[in-house]
Design a protein around this ligand. Sequence first.
Ligand SMILES: [Zn+2]
Length: 469
Amino acid sequence: MLRLHNTLTRTVESVRPLVPGTVSMYSCGPTVYRPVHIGNLRSFLLGDLIRRALVWTGVGVRQVMNITDVGHMTDEVYDRGEDKMLLAAADEGLAPGEIAAKYEAAFHRDSARLGIVPAEVYPRASGHIAEMIDLIGRLIDRGHAYVDGGTVYYDVASFAGYGRLSRNSLDQLRAGHRLEAVDHHKRHPADFILWKAAGPRRVVRFDSPWGEGYPGWHIECSAMSVAYLGERFDIHTGGVDLTFPHHEDEIAQSEGALGHPVVTTWVHGDHLLFSGQKMAKSSGNVWTLDRLEEEGHHPLDFRYLCLTSRYRRQLRFVPDALAAAGKARARLGAHLADWGDALDAPETPAAKEWDQRFRDAVLDDLDFPRAITAVWGLVADEAVAPGERAALVLDWDRVLGLGLAAVAGDAAPGDEELPAGAAELLEARQTAREQRDWAESDRLRDSLEELGVEVSDRRDGTTWRRRGQ
Ligand SMILES: [Zn+2]
């Protein structure tokens, strides 16, 4: 059974779905007015790894990821009265809807390139204004919200559990606000906006019982998670920076309106750091998958890099580490090609032991660094037959998502010339393979690799190609 760290309880707990056999999961998705960067993608990858681990162990998953496509992303926006969607639209000479459609498509393309399995539903905020208005109405009725000049605020003091997820108290939160910056309409500095009255220059606006306006950011996740997953669901994922206020506020909204807990397990992934800073547009250190490819890397090399660090740890992004990850992925593919046909299932005790090690690591709060160690341990274990090694690695790649079968397939025959000495090595290796001397075969493959020749073994014989061609 998969175990995950629950931010709410600060412990690692078994995932026991409310509906046996199917886990319901909500993942905070992208804001679609600019390309996502690889720091965002690391956060989306967390949901994918949970999903793949569950499916791999025979559990079904229903996953929902929201698309934030109306311009109300942060509290900062309210203060400055700017709409990031509109700013982006003006910059690019497009209508707000065109900007959203463009970057939503780009997001799906990036997710696919990173091997992220699509969620079942991608609801757009703009399509769920009615659900948000309904939820806000319920919060007013239950005494958790108040209206001031067409703007609706959440009254944090009315919700006993406020601060539980992020370990904040109302007193701490009050002390943390600079008094001059506090909106004087708020009863408590931590009160947050559920619905914002539209100013005269606001273009994207909606009718509501409180006048024309637009929803706060947090309310969309409460409204859409409950709409698609029901009043109680299993897992909620997001980046660690969403713990407060976004998820704290989501809990206050959902539980305030429904009167009971909604999410069982909150899972948060830590930041990707670049030059010691969180990767963010505002710090100007942004890498996208496009840039990564322009610099000669494969998007799945970034995925491999992410797997070398645990999701709750910060990951320092260094281009050299990306190159090393790329080499490791290529080597795994080459081994796979080399091993030939996979057996149906591992049978020998040695193979089963490796399988258990890999499984234990993945199920232990997604310990992928340990799982990767098991992968390389298996690769080097001559006691396991090549066909068994191939079977295991292909099965494990259902969780890793490194596209290893394709990497192996790319190790295709070439018609280039061999470097000096390589023909002899290939011949010696052929002899070793006929004698089923896998250790010698592996040794010779490494020697060939040093000469820049990658070999792959297929049903119809061994092929080779010059590396980098
Ligand atoms: Zn969210």
